[in-house]
Design a protein around this ligand. Structure first.
Ligand code: SF4
Length: 464
């Protein structure tokens, strides 16, 4: 393209970049725009307890907040989803609702349309019409699709990678995400999913975890998760972390909490900040890397309160706050959405963009999932904009394998949407399996992303 200079000569206009970075300041949307929170004060809003008791758990409570902003069509759609399709019960803190449709717009019809399209709404408050109507579930989808419970060495302690374990301390969170990969265990049962229950008392489960780690010195890295550690009473969590820090062979501890973004009010409570300071001081003294891993999927979630919570943790000595988002169609599966989010995390909230996981193959998740080739294209599209250390990897968590970068597949049948993956270590259940490292492990693209011939094959061989 050319333009005319003042002297009349043609000069080439610079080409635009596929993504144009523009710094955006974080902003807390005004919650008083919702009829149900018209009189909620700033002090109430910053109060973790107020946030917890004011969570929206059902259609009636959503109606109490939104009033006439939403039309009946949305409430009916939500009720239909809860009755027939939802794998997670509803639990949405006000903080998260306030990030949906940050500017109220127009008539109830216009607001409802904006609410339907909202990226946070799409994964926190799924409705029946969102779901893939032809293939709501992939034929190979499964509860506990990552087989974590199969790899428990004691209840709640998954030993999948050689040097790392995942400690599930509890099965609840302050918020329930529609796409939760632990839908088998986490949250309350829904009409579709009768949840498994942890059987041991928390204190006995924690004792058994600590015992296992003491007698397994090859494990050096513990992801302390759940559910969400923000739901573990602070004294109990601190005591567990201090016991972990007493084990010489544990060198990395990572706390998993979506609440840092979903309920940042939890992480700025004095009890939590002071307690975390004690834990971080001990970790530093013993040379252990203590980090927080959170789960943010869209730039709208990154508000000043989220940045405040992350910085509070860094200031007391947590080494890093990192983000592990989930890649989802309709939420963030395009380069601009991913880069906007990463720049807000990295530049404005001191949270390191770390991973985006492909959405796991759980039931009724096909409308969120993207194909591996789409994930590869997204990885390509986001390279080169962020600092290298803050450029997130998009990973596929392959059943019985673990995380693989999306370009690492061994073979890919694009027609049937089946990718094949290999691995270089045995999971805890394959220690005596001579073929584990020779085998190929499959992952499946959503059927609606396949060419006609592939879709017909699945129809012939696996009716939905
Ligand atoms: S916060 Fe994590 S564990 Fe809890 S519902 Fe969401 S995805 Fe699942």
């Amino acid at each position: 393209m050319n333009s005319c200079s003042p002297t009349g000569t043609l000069v080439p206009l610079p080409m635009r970049q596929p993504y144009e970075y523009v710094r955006q300041e974080l902003r807390e949307p005004d919650w008083r725009r919702f009829p149900g929170w018209k009189h909620v004060t700033e002090a109430q809003w910053r109060d973790a307890q107020w946030q917890r008791v004011s969570c929206v758990k059902n259609v009636r409570q959503l109606r109490a907040v939104m009033g006439d902003l939403l039309t009946e069509r949305f409430y009916d759609d939500l009720a239909a989803d809860q009755a027939r399709l939802a794998t997670m019960s509803m639990l949405v803190p006000p903080q998260m609702i306030n990030t949906m449709v940050p500017e109220n717009t127009g008539s109830p019809e216009e607001f409802t349309a904006a609410f339907y399209a909202d990226p946070i709404r799409r994964y926190m408050i799924p409705v029946a019409s969102d779901r893939d109507q032809a293939w709501p579930s992939h034929p190979h989808s499964a509860r506990d699709s990552l087989h974590e419970a199969e790899m428990w060495v004691v209840e709640g302690l998954t030993h999948r990678y050689p040097t790392k374990v995942l400690a599930e301390l509890l099965s609840t969170c302050p918020q329930y995400c529609g796409h939760c990969t632990r839908m088998d265990l986490v949250g309350n049962s829904t009409p579709q999913v009768d949840k498994h229950k942890l059987a041991l008392k928390p204190v006995d489960r924690q004792d058994q975890m600590i015992d296992y780690l003491k007698r397994t010195p090859g494990v050096r890295d513990v992801v302390v998760s759940g559910g969400d550690v923000a739901n573990v009473p602070w004294r109990q969590l601190e005591s567990f972390l201090m016991r972990l820090l007493d084990i010489d062979t544990v060198r990395d501890i990572r706390l998993a909490t979506k609440a840092l973004a979903g309920l940042p009010q939890h992480w700025i409570q004095p009890t939590v900040i002071e307690g975390m300071e004690r834990v971080a001081r001990t970790a530093r003294r013993r040379g252990v890397n203590l980090a927080i891993h959170t789960h943010v999927n869209h730039v709208q979630s990154v508000t000043p309160l989220v940045a405040e919570a992350a910085r509070a943790m860094l200031e007391v000595g947590v080494r890093d706050v990192r983000n592990q988002g989930v890649l989802m169609r309709g939420v963030n599966a395009d380069p601009k959405a991913l880069l906007d989010l990463c720049f807000a995390l990295q530049g404005e909230a001191s949270i390191l963009p770390y991973y985006f996981y492909m959405c796991d193959m759980i039931p009724n998740a096909e409308h969120w999932r993207v194909a591996v080739w789409e994930a590869q294209e997204l990885q390509h599209a986001i390279m080169g904009y962020l600092p290298g250390y803050a450029t997130p990897r998009i990973v596929c968590d392959v059943p019985y394998v673990g995380k693989r970068w999306v370009h690492q597949l061994a073979e890919y049948d694009r027609e049937l949407g089946i990718s094949y993956w290999t691995k270089n270590y045995r999971t805890g259940i394959e220690l005596a399996d001579p073929d584990a490292l020779e085998r190929r492990y499959s992952y499946y693209d959503p059927i609606t992303t396949l060419p006609e011939t592939g879709q017909r094959w699945w129809q012939r061989n696996n009716s939905p």
